[in-house]
Design a protein around this ligand. Structure first.
Ligand code: SF4
Ligand code: SF4
Ligand code: SF4
Length: 236
């Protein structure tokens, strides 16, 4: 079983750039692979040779230089040409440490102090307006402080993504549940009310008698009686 303490100590040495260049999806998965004896200590370009030495010291193994396949680059931070940005948010979605500010259809900008230089925002940009600018190498103390802050932001982002996924799934389940409900039965109460109103109207109409007929001539009264009889017959 993996020692969590060992994983923590390896992870503390890694630079928390979260770039994936080691072949693992973040620094902690790489730390776990090293602790499990599944990965070499020389797979992290942002950590440099200094990082390999620290890992070798911690694990009591021999220093191993980077392989020929590892591309080493000077430290850099991302820069967005704000005149070209179309606000598609793709870079923001790719940034593992929430170092890009902006909103949909609005200009985006890099929060330089938070950028780890992982380059993950560069490829997704559809208008190619992100470039990497060289950055001064931080001192050893600053490097560790920066790495700790980057780890926190990375973990916070992972939690947020998980929570968003969960909430989306819940909303979807609620929608499906609502759609699966049988169509409501006809409103029998309402129907009964309408029926009663119709009956009342019918009864009232039937009860209506010709008014002021006492001054009419017998011929006129006979005419009205005939009309009433015809009307009564038509209603049946
Ligand atoms: S900084 Fe990049 S290469 Fe180094 S361990 Fe973290 S994810 Fe891997
Ligand atoms: S802004 Fe770009 S380079 Fe900087 S941390 Fe975010 S994704 Fe990486
Ligand atoms: S990916 Fe490029 S265009 Fe899209 S928001 Fe980021 S910088 Fe702007």
């Amino acid at each position: 079983m993996l020692s969590a303490l060992l994983v923590d100590r390896i992870d503390a040495i890694l630079p928390q750039t979260q770039c994936g260049k080691c072949g693992y999806p973040g620094c902690r998965p790489y730390a776990m692979a090293i602790a499990a004896g599944e990965a070499d200590i020389n797979r992290c370009p942002p950590g440099g040779e200094e990082g390999i030495r620290e890992l070798a010291d911690l694990l009591g193994v021999t220093f191993k230089p980077f392989g020929a396949d590892v591309v080493l680059k000077p430290p850099a931070v991302a820069f967005i040409d704000e005149n070209l940005c179309i606000g598609c948010t793709l870079c923001q979605q790719a940034c593992p440490v929430d170092a890009i500010s902006g909103a949909s259809k609005l200009m985006h900008t890099i929060i330089v102090q938070l950028c780890t230089g992982c380059e993950l925002c560069v490829a997704p940009c559809p208008v190619d307006c992100i470039s990497m600018l060289p950055q001064k190498l931080p001192t050893r103390d600053k490097k560790h402080g920066f790495a700790n802050a980057a780890r926190e932001r990375y973990q916070f982002r992972l939690e947020r993504i998980e929570r968003d996924k969960r909430e989306k799934a819940e909303r979807l389940a609620q929608k499906e549940q609502a759609a699966a409900k049988p169509v409501a039965a006809p409103q029998t109460d309402a129907q009964a009310l309408i029926q009663a109103a119709l009956e009342r109207a019918k009864a009232q109409a039937a009860a209506v008698k010709p008014q002021n007929t006492e001054h009419l001539t017998p011929a006129q009264q006979a005419q009205i009686a005939e009309i009433e009889a015809r009307r009564a017959k038509a209603k049946k």
